[in-house]
Ligand binder design. Structure first.
Ligand code: GDP
Length: 138
């Protein structure tokens, strides 16, 4: 069993597709073991995306991530890191496969609806960034 962090970004929440995203996870056999809606501060967004701080889009990305509420979830399942990344689709929705969340709902390389951890180490950091162990109920 593996765990990963999923975020529905401000554009996804604004599009009112929280349920649609969760439905795709559940249909794929993935379990939501923790969930909260929150509005990140600039500092919190910068901390979350610290690995990207040298990138030219860092300021724009962190401002976007604070532009409205998000939904944070811990997903659990076999091979869930890779499974979630497959359901999400490529970072740039134009390159994302048909039927993926980003292909269906993203409007921009930045406003791409969802975030998902990309490896076990990042998943551990990102889950702990949003949730205490008491908030994760398997
Ligand atoms: P992910 O793992 O698929 O989310 O992609 P990355 O870790 O490479 O990038 C993190 C996030 O930064 C992406 O999901 C996008 O929201 C944003 N992003 C990535 N590349 C670009 C870019 O070239 N321009 C802008 N404005 N945002 C980007």
């Amino acid at each position: 069993m593996e765990r990963t962090l999923s975020l529905i970004k401000p554009d996804g929440v604004a599009k009112n597709i929280i349920g649609e995203v969760i439905k795709r996870f559940e249909t794929a056999g993935i379990k939501v073991v923790a969930m909260k809606k929150l509005h990140l501060s600039q500092k919190q967004a910068e901390g979350f995306y610290a690995v990207h701080k040298e990138r030219p889009f860092f300021k724009s990305l962190t401002e976007f991530m604070t532009s409205g509420p998000i939904v944070a979830m811990v997903l659990e399942g076999e091979d869930v890191i890779a499974k979630n990344r497959k359901l999400m689709g490529a970072t740039n929705f134009k390159n994302a496969e048909e039927g993926t969340i980003r292909r269906d709902y993203a409007t921009d390389i930045e406003k791409n609806v969802v975030h998902g951890s990309d490896a076990p180490e990042t998943a551990a950091f990102e889950i702990a960034y949003f949730f205490s162990t008491m908030e994760i109920v398997g």
